[in-house]
Design a protein around this ligand. Sequence first.
Ligand code: UT7
Length: 335
Amino acid sequence: MCMNSNFSTFVGLTALGAYVPSEIVTNDDLAKRGVDTSDEWIQSRTGIKERRFARADEFTSDLAIGAVNDLIKRYGENVLAGVDMVIVATSTPDALFPQTAALVQNHFKLEAGAFDLLAACPGWLYALSAAAAYTRSGICKKVLAIGGEALTKILDWSDRTTLVLFGDGACAGIVEVVPDGYGFKSFVLGTDGEGAKHLNMRCMNSKLPDGSLLSEKISMNGREVFKFAVRVMHTATKQAVEQAGMTLDQIEQFIPHQANYRIIDAAREYLELPPERVVANVDRFGNTSAASIGLAMREAIDDGRIKDGSDLLLVTFGAGLTWAASVVRWHEKTF
Ligand code: UT7
């Protein structure tokens, strides 16, 4: 497991954009579409009320481009000046290749390298850690780190337990050198491949180590993932805070992966955090996997919960089974 906080150059997020498709699908809408479920069941088990569905002709690259357009709208065209690397964290790329990041690079005509990163729901935090390493080492100066998912395209409509959880969306952050004291203070990155069987999807004719063929759609053992999630959310949080040389009471906002309100609440209780220090919007967007933390963080910046200099804890879990956590001091730049 990687755990690092020994940083000599300060790098961090300086801008954040977000995008969700316009179609809102409520729990009742799912029932109307023939799913044997109810608003009461979904809300009581997950806290989710609605999620966004991408149009049939809208793919992860379109959502990613939407999030970058939001960056431009908020910060001006200069926000992209000097971007020399594009990373798209996604489990739902438009194609196996070319990489979705290349489609984003081409759309904005960036003079940049581009690659996709697959680390499931923690993908965006892994992308931020890669972006931090690139910018801190000097290999890159300015990285566009995107988390984007069109998960509703890979739903198994015969599995009502899993399909009600997911939604589509994207976030886009800029990572570069920041003034001293700001930026990333720690990263915790871990994986336990023993849990691969609990959350997966086939890619061509892929098999699990025991030889069993994987499903062509998302397949999940919800109970196992739930137990893993609750455990890892609070252990990774504690490790990231400790690595940053801080204590939990110094963290102003805790931004967990938006998978299920019960998981968020269980982690909150373990960590003894008051609800006002925990950002949650899973009720309106469901689980958007690699996009979820960025979408939640953008909302909390917009409503004033996150301010310049706020110390934040980002923590996430997902397929792999994988987890990631980071402490970051937010610094929004004018471009
Ligand atoms: O980023 C990836 C993260 N993945 C997750 O966060 C998933 C974590 N896991 C979970 O959130 C929960 O396990 C679920 C929400 C997926 C499921 O909740 P659960 O309490 O583990 O439900 P269950 O699968 O044990 O099912 C309980 C009951 C069953 O009925 P019986 O056997 O008790 O009569 C299911 O058939 O609920 C039934 N059920 C449903 N009923 C209405 C399952 N899905 C549904 C549904 N609507 N959609």
